[in-house]
Design a protein around this ligand. Structure first.
Ligand code: WT7
Length: 635
């Protein structure tokens, strides 16, 4: 596996990967265990679209995540699980133990009728058994579809039905902070509407009472008793599907993003090692949930392929208090820490005392993912968490890309606050203008596309290849369209400016909502901001800000605060970006992955509060009523 150790090295490897991608990725693929070597490295056609990597090869990804390590890393901790409740402590699973558990559960799946190619739905809390179930599916060639355990029964049923899942794996309940989620009850409701499920395997976690349906529901523990500890890994083709993962946030039918085995394996290993500069012995923690792509690629597959120790945390950042993450960093001597801007901002808002209480000197690398990180949050993360000693990798990627695409390499390539910076080897980004032409100059902004295939890219939308083509390969000929806006600075560094549907045209000027939000967020009284456009008779679009304050302020001071916020906007972005209306809110409508549902905010800003569309994927739908009620008090 190529390991990049200097900026010069990066430039050299990048050039190699672009001049001769097949040779580059062929060399990377040599580092894995194959049952049969590939016959061709890449075949592709973005018109169809059809992308095939390492065809002719046969392999099993779990041979590379587990069996491969048993010679020398058998006793090393593969997964260290940390319970929601600090009093419950943690559990370490060595590579050997994890291997045994995965083999046993593979046999359980087989005993319950799962065969190669079947889809298995996982609706589970963040417990080790979730990782075990994921890997067991991969071992027997079943396709896993993990559904985040915060989704409703309807969302779960939609996803089960779309993929035609045969088996559902769930738990009696799950802990999240001081809440218990009744997973089995929700799963029962979902199964009323999904007839494809033949068996439901239930893990005991919270020990609450659940209904067990005869001939359908079985207990995880009972199934694991007396089952054989050996299970040969199924021989899979490189391009066989590894998993389906539904993308969040959009309306209508969910999109089941489908990834293939070999390319995903090669790329998640390569990107994990190089972006985080993982070294043997490092303790690595990604705070995401396995229900999202970040958890798939950088809690399970990437780290295990590398033989790393990966932390799995069951709880939430604010339980029992806002110092929880830092308490874990200190206690488990975390070296590499990977989280989302939304978590950073919310912890920043709770004050520095929670961070100061703990010794964070083990931290060598910090990471961020999921949305543009604003300057203020970046600074706080860098100085208060990393003590200016740990580089921050700002990793841009998507469910569809499978792995990190644009990011600095920790301590190796330059970092620039709020910039994802440079593409990884093999990644050919380009920026398109409004006339659909590629812009080759620097210091420009446009729509971000990728010009050449990379190993971990999605291959299709499950059951809807037409939609796959329309969504990603039709806006620009022969290019993968990311849906993101992007700025490239004078040095060729990339800064993701947010979804292009978040762009506002105000008096003919292009403004990124993230830029304005970032400016307002700098005010000491502000916790978080969401900007949307609303129809404006003179400017085309007016700017509407929803602002969450750290602490409530008196009504008569709100006008003054608006002036102060606009001063910041003028200073950071320019007078054109001055906010027209500000509404102070107690919360924002967010999807469970932390993304703001701007579609809804736009409707409310427009004064159209009736047809808000599908709100079932929201974390807290009640927040909308609150916002609607107070819309008339916008300043
Ligand atoms: C969208 C993809 C990738 C795992 C988590 C999200 C935004 C992601 C960054 C970043 C700015 C980012 C983009 C992208 N995004 N990372 N470092 N800087 N924006 O996966 O739910 O598929 O969302 O998240 O807009 O398109 P996802």
């Amino acid at each position: 596996m190529t390991t990049i150790t200097s900026y010069e090295d990066y430039l050299k490897e990048y050039k190699k990967s672009i001049d001769n991608p097949e040779q580059f990725w062929g060399e990377q693929a040599e580092n894995f265990v194959w049952k049969k070597k590939w016959t061709s490295i890449l075949n592709w056609d973005f018109e169809k679209p059809e992308i095939k990597w390492f065809e002719g090869g046969k392999l099993n990804i779990t041979d590379n995540c587990l069996d491969k390590h048993l010679d020398i890393l058998a006793e090393k901790t593969a997964i260290k699980w940390i319970a929601n409740d600090p009093k419950e402590g943690s559990i370490s699973l060595s590579y050997k133990k994890l291997h045994t558990q995965v083999c046993k559960f593979s046999n359980v799946l087989k005993n319950n009728g799962v065969v190669k190619g079947d889809r298995v739905c996982l609706y589970m809390p963040m417990v080790p058994e979730l990782a075990i179930a994921v890997l067991a599916c991969a071992r027997i060639g079943a396709i896993h579809s993990v559904v985040f355990a915060g989704f409703s029964a309807k969302s779960l049923a939609d996803r089960i039905n779309d993929a035609g899942c045969k088996v559902l794996i769930t738990a009696d309940g799950g802990y999240r902070g001081n809440k218990i989620i009744n997973l089995k009850n929700i799963a029962d409701q979902a199964m009323l509407d999904s007839c494809s499920i033949k068996k439901c395997i239930v893990l005991k976690r919270t020990k609450q009472k659940v209904v067990i349906k005869k001939n359908r529901d079985v207990w995880w523990d009972n199934e694991m008793e007396n089952v054989n500890e050996n299970c040969n890994s199924e021989s899979m083709n490189s391009e066989d599907p590894l998993f389906i993962l539904y993308t969040s946030g959009s309306t209508g039918k969910p999109k089941g993003i489908q990834h293939s085995i070999a390319g995903y394996m090669v790329y998640t290993h390569f990107s994990f090692k190089n972006v985080f500069q993982y070294k043997d012995g490092d303790i690595y923690w990604c705070t995401a949930d396995i229900g999202w792509i970040t958890g798939h690629s950088y809690i399970i597959y990437g780290p295990l392929l590398c033989g790393a120790t990966t932390i799995m945390f069951e709880g939430v950042p604010t339980y029992p208090d806002a110092g929880r993450l830092w308490e874990i960093v200190e206690k488990h001597k975390i070296n590499i820490f990977y989280t989302a801007p939304t978590a950073i901002r919310s912890l920043e808002a709770k004050g520095d005392d929670f961070v100061k209480k703990y010794n964070l000197s083990s931290l060598k690398v910090l990471g961020t993912v999921g949305e543009p990180i604003n300057k203020d949050a970046w600074e706080w993360y860098y100085t208060k968490v990393g003590k200016e000693n740990a580089p921050i990798v700002d990793t841009w990627w998507q469910t569809e890309t499978g792995g990190i695409m644009i990011s600095n390499l920790a301590g190796v390539t330059p970092m620039k606050p709020t910039f994802a910076t440079l593409p990884l080897p093999g990644i050919l980004p380009c920026i398109m203008d409004d006339q659909n032409n590629e812009i080759t100059k620097n210091s420009i902004e446009g729509k971000l596309c990728i010009k050449f295939p990379w190993p971990s890219m999605a291959r299709t939308i499950y059951g809807d290849h037409k939609r796959f083509k329309e969504t990603y390969f039709s806006a620009f000929k022969n290019k993968y369209f990311t849906g993101d806006g992007c700025y490239r600075d004078e040095n060729g560094f990339y800064r993701i400016t947010g979804r292009v549907d978040d762009v506002l045209i105000v008096s003919g000027h292009n403004l990124g909502t993230a830029e304005i939000e970032s400016a307002i967020d700098q005010h000491p009284n502000v916790c978080e901001t969401a900007i949307v456009g609303y129809p404006h008779s003179i400017k085309g679009n007016g700017i509407y800000a929803y602002v969450i304050l750290n602490s409530d302020i008196k009504k008569e001071n709100k006008k003054q605060l608006k002036l102060e916020l606009n001063e910041l906007v003028v200073k950071e972005v320019g007078p054109i970006a001055k906010v027209d209306k500000i509404q102070f809110v107690v919360g924002l409508p967010k999807t469970r992955s932390g993304k703001i549902m701007r579609r809804i905010l736009r409707k409310i800003a427009e004064g159209d509060t009736h047809k808000l569309g599908d709100t079932s994927t929201l974390l807290d739908p009640k927040i909308i009523d609150e916002i609607k009620k107070n819309a008339e008090y916008a300043y």
